[in-house]
Design a protein around this ligand. Structure first.
Ligand code: FAD
Length: 508
């Protein structure tokens, strides 16, 4: 009696996808079907661990854009090609017989998380951090003020940022924040174009940077030299950047040399390099480099933005008002406290690099709005069986790709343990991608497979070769879909993942 009831309950569920219950119940006992939301490092590393560890698990990755790899493509700086080598590992995972990539599918809009839960035994949310923290100061909306997220998206070819067209006609730029992203942005603003033109930077950004008037970049932080959030590799790249010289305030480094002995090794090496750039008398070769340099960069410490100051026509940024801080406490607990003093710095470009932020994806998924993460215990989404998370949406937007790899492996381990313990039920037959494809088709969404992406990839590589670059990225979702043969050339409309748009391309 009970068995009969279970079978009919399963029939009801499967009918929603196939329409013919008999078809699904005749399928042999199902293997675990897992879907992953987000085709960035967290998604690919989670998938890698799942397919490698269990020989029967089937994994589908759903990605909002037609192209995979998340911030490896749209975040990592163009002059860091070695970092992008992880793409080779992700490609192997995507080509695994039990892994499939479904690009151009926006979860939360094209398909809901609840629908994915119906179709799969488990859903792993690995959709990163696509929002950004705002400064919350007057003048933030003036022309000439950008978030680092948008600026990075612009030079890296993120479709939604292609129209950013930052105004680079001023001499001084101020970057707020002193982490690696801030240093990436500073380097992009100051690098000789001859270096950038051999990278995969988008041509429109390269052209704009070639015309840029920016000669001086100040990298501003709330706290002191001992608290900078960048790593030594990025700082060394700034120090060695051809055509530039450091321009720091020696007074901001008073007493720092004396603390060196007490610092842990990574912080000590970072601080030594900072001191060398800031206050040491340079050797002959370095002095010559600095004398020849036409561009300058420097950290400004103990400063917090109060207001972006407008130009006389009130349209664009003309400067920034900073509160001067002092430090209280020591060690990890050191705090920046306002002194009451303020300082105005003239600048026409302000880039806030104060952090990315995850956003809620679907009302069915719990979200901690204060921490801006999905609340979880070791990757298990709290109070929601069968739902997991990995990457930046799990632990917040910090850490390098290796950190993301480790935490994605942890989530995959948790999921596999739950299958082993029986707390994740994989005994029922689930339709997996077949069920979701049927829904997407009904909704006019056209998914991009990994081999479709490979067509885009080879076209981008071909276009890059003609310019002596590793690739020339496509900036338009419609063009990507045409090249992948997902939509016909000359189409009138397509699903951009942001709603339907008119296709205005004359791609040849
Ligand atoms: P992401 O890489 O953001 O991937 C999330 C994916 O989910 C994206 O592809 C997104 O399109 C997709 N997605 C979002 N919403 C949806 C949805 N609704 N439906 C379907 N898909 C969705 N690390 C290094 O080791 N070296 C570096 O040089 C380096 N440089 C960096 C530079 C910048 C500017 C930034 C921001 C980070 C950098 N990192 C670097 C860190 C590294 O990029 C991250 O650790 C890593 O990308 C986080 O992976 P993730 O998969 O959690 O997020």
């Amino acid at each position: 009696m009970l068995k009969l009831f279970l079978t009919s309950a399963r029939c009801v569920r499967i009918t929603r996808f196939h329409g013919v219950c008999g078809l699904s119940t005749s399928t042999p006992a199902s293997s675990p079907k897992v879907c992953i939301v987000g085709g960035g490092p967290a998604g690919f590393y989670t998938a890698q661990h799942l397919v490698k560890t269990r020989t029967d698990v089937q994994v589908d990755i759903y990605e909002r854009l037609p192209v995979p790899f998340g911030l490896v493509r749209f975040g990592v700086a163009p002059d860091h090609p070695e970092v992008k080598n992880v793409i080779n590992t992700f490609t192997q995972t995507a080509q695994h017989a039990r892994c499939s990539f479904h690009g151009n599918v926006r979860v939360g809009k094209d398909v809901t998380v609840e629908e994915l839960q119906e179709a799969y035994h488990a859903v792993v949310l690995s959709y990163g951090a696509e929002g950004n923290r705002t400064m919350g100061v007057p003048g933030e909306d003036l022309a000439g003020v950008y978030s680092a997220k948008d600026f990075v998206g612009w030079y890296n070819g993120l479709p939604r940022n292609r129209e950013l067209r930052p105004d680079l006609s001023c001499e001084t730029a101020v970057i707020l924040g002193q982490g690696n992203v801030a240093l990436d942005v500073a380097r992009m603003l100051l690098s000789p174009v001859d270096i950038l033109k051999k990278t995969d930077i988008t041509q429109h950004a390269l052209d704009a940077l070639a015309e840029s008037s920016v000669r001086r970049v100040l990298i501003v932080g709330r706290r002191g030299p001992l608290q900078v959030a960048c790593t030594i590799k990025e700082l060394r790249e700034m120090v060695n950047l051809p055509g530039t010289r450091p321009e720091m305030e020696a007074s901001e480094f008073e007493g720092i040399a004396e603390t060196l002995k007490s610092l842990a090794r990574p912080r000590k090496r970072l601080t030594e390099l900072l001191l060398k750039a800031a206050i040491e008398t340079p050797g002959e070769e370095e002095l010559e480099k600095r004398n020849r340099a036409e561009r300058a960069w420097g950290f400004r410490f103990l400063r917090r933005p109060l207001e972006v100051l407008p130009s006389t026509d009130l349209i664009r940024a003309a400067g920034i008002r900073l509160a001067v801080n002092r430090l209280e406490g020591d060690g990890e607990g050191v705090r920046a406290v306002a002194t009451g003093e303020v300082e105005d710095v003239e600048c026409g470009l302000v880039i806030s690099s104060i952090g990315y932020k995850s956003l809620p994806i679907d009302p069915a998924v719990p979200f901690d709005t204060r921490k801006a993460i999905i609340p979880n215990t070791m990757g298990r989404v709290q109070q929601t069986a069968g739902l997991y998370c990995s990457g930046w949406v799990k632990r917040g937007p910090t850490g390098v790709i290796a950190t993301t790899m480790n935490d994605s492996f942890d989530t995959a381990r948790t999921l596999l343990q739950d299958i082993g313990k029986g707390t994740l039920d994989v005994s029922t037959v689930k339709p997996g991608s077949q069920g979701v494809s049927a829904l997407l088709e009904k909704r006019g969404v056209k998914p991009v497979s990994f081999s479709d992406w490979e067509k885009i990839d080879s076209e981008e590589t071909r276009r890059g070769e003609t310019r002596g670059k590793p690739r020339e990225k496509m900036l338009d979702v419609g063009e990507m879909l045409q090249v992948a043969r997902i939509i016909a050339y000359g189409c009138k409309s397509y699903n951009t993942g942001f709603g339907t748009s008119l296709c205005t391309l004359g791609y040849t």
